[in-house]
Every structure is written in structure tokens, then in C-alpha cells.
Design a protein around this ligand. Sequence first.
Ligand code: GTP
Ligand code: MG
Length: 370
Amino acid sequence: SEQITVSDLAQRMAVKAREVTKLLMKMGELASESDSIDQATASLLVEEMGHNPVLVSDTKVEDDLHDAVDERSSNIQARPPVVTIMGHVDHGKTSLLDKIRETKVATGEAGGITQHIGAYHVETARGVITFLDTPGHAAFSAMRSRGAQATDIVVLVVAADDGMMPQTEEAIDHARAAGTPIIVAINKMDKPSADPDRVLNELTAKQVISEEWGGDTPMARISAKTGEGIDQLLEYISLTAELMELEAPLDGAAQGVVIESRLEKGRGPVATVLVKKGTLKQGDLVLAGEHYGKVRAMIDEHGNRIQSAGPSIPVEILGLPETPASGSEFLVVSDEKKAREVADFRANREREQQLDRQNTMRLESLFEQM
Ligand code: GTP
Ligand code: MG
């Protein structure tokens, strides 16, 4: 069975190891800080110390789950790149995406696109590209912090008349931290006040150096208004993606990330998810964050009901009992017992972390009063 050392357990409870050994002694067990104890003893101990007992290993439950899911995946295939558009407020992210859809999405479908999905794939001359439209960076940060890297490439939109701004820098930092390649779109080139050289200068100061200037960042001068330069940008995206040789198993249990979720009248919780591996099918049992449920319906970005979605494809799913946090991982599990176990485990962990935060705050305010 599972073992944990006394000092590890103490660390997890944020208490001194000596307190744990003392309590163990009271319980009739003689152990030093480096000794290992079993799960049952550890649970008892945690209970004694007034915490809710959680599973001894933080990661074991998750690891087992992933091993089980990975075992079922096969048939590795090339997959479309997932591109996140980032940049400062009003620099033209949404306009750029609108323009790309208008010019590239098959005619007749464009009008039917639902706006709120924030994720869609576009057929270009060089293949399919999946775009994520994150308003601000909240979603991207959440994804990054959870280690669920949903993005292959970041397109950084910088308005040529405004230059580098705080959120431009933030976006660069996010992309760097996640190890994601950046392509710059210098936007609003149609404006008389456009000054692309200034943008190149400012980006250079941030170590984002254009290929034209001997660096390794492709930069396209574009106008989301006129459409100028957008073909060039799409070419940079597909060239970058080609070099990355992106692939994923096509078959087997789906895994991916929750892009966003919301409660809709008459539909209940709706989650937009991006499949990263495997194929998601209607009827699958999905675990997303702390919630699980059977996929009752799947809807693509054009509002059509679909039966399945493969790697890099964004879809809306219906059937979860509640809305999972954006950035949460989702995966298809084989049985409900497993789903419940992991969901409970995650909910417990979340509660504990919240309690810890509350306790820390209480302690802090206590010190403030002194
Ligand atoms: P947030 O989502 O609020 O962060 O903004 P955004 O980056 O999505 O910018 P959005 O596309 O909403 O554009 C902001 C404003 O700039 C709008 O009034 C657009 O019409 C205008 N705009 C965007 N691109 C261009 C462009 O290439 N040329 C000109 N002249 N105006 C543009
Ligand atoms: Mg926008």
C-alpha cells in the first residue's frame, strides 16, 4: 500500500515534523521524521490533527487515471496547430479573427458561426488552423498554470499606431513561460499614424526580434480592416506549425482542456472544450475538473450537432452537472466509479486549499491587529 514519510506528511499539513512524531507516539507508534508510515496511519493522523483526511499521494490518483487513458490511445496522426491570439486591449484581436473567418471560412457557413465559442478551426490553403480567441489573458494564464498547454503558437497582435503596451508585454511573458513560439501581427497598418518600425524597436528591447532584423520571430504587417497582410500571417503560422511536426493519437479516449464554460437557459452547463488527444464522442463519460457527466450533445462552432471530435477540434459539450473552470483538464474515463473517485479527490483538494487560504488570511489579519 501507499507510504509517505513523516516529514512529507508534516509539510503537507503545514505543521512541524516534531508535532507529527509526538502525535504518533501518543498513538503508540515510534517513528522518526524520515520514517515512512502507511496510508491508514497517515489518514488517522491527519484526522487527529484536525484536518480533513485526503489521499496520501497528491498525484497518484491523477497519474493512475492518465496511465489508464493513455493506454487506450493509438493511431498517431498529424493534427492542426492551435493558435491563441493575444495582445493589448483594442489592438484588433477580434477584428483579425473576424477577418480571417470572413475570408477563409467556407462561404455559406460564415453567417452561422456562433460568436461566443471563442474557438474555431479555419480551412486555409495550407490546411486547417484552430484559433482561440481569449479575451484578455485570463483563460490562457489559467491553462498555463494548470500545465495544460492548449496552445501551440501565440499570435501577438500589436497595433502599429499604439505600439507595445502592458498587456503586450504580459503576453510575451506568458508565451515565454509556456515555451510557445510567437508570431507578431503588426496591425492597423491602414492607419496614417501607423509606425511599424517603432513596434519593431520596442519588441527588440523585449528580446522579441524580427527575422528581418536577424532575430527568429516572424512578423507580418497587417490590417484587420482591409485584410492586407493576412495571407502572409497565415503562411507564417503554417510554416511554424510544419516545423513543429504536431501530432496526436486519433483513436482512444479523448483528453483536452476546457476553454470556457457557462450556464445557459434551457441548455444547462455548456462547456467549450478543445480535444488534444483521441476522439471525443457523444455518450462518452467525461471528467472535467471536479465534475463529471455523460456527453449528451456536441455542437461545433457553426452550431451543428456532431457525433465526434478529434485532436485540435473545439466543441461545445452538454451534459456536465456544473460548469468546470476554464483551463481545467477534461478526459474521458471508462467507469463512473473512477470518475467519482477523482472528482471527489479534486473537490477535497480544492476545499483544503481554500481552507488554507482562509487560515492564512485569518493569521495575517491577527498579526495586523497586534
Ligand atoms: P479586446 O477584445 O477588447 O482586447 O480588443 P481587441 O484586441 O479584440 O480589438 P478589436 O478587434 O475589438 O478592435 C478594437 C478597435 O480597433 C475596433 O474599433 C476596430 O474596428 C479597430 N481595428 C481593429 N483592427 C483594425 C485595423 O486593422 N485598422 C483599423 N483602422 N482599425 C482597426
Ligand atoms: Mg476582442
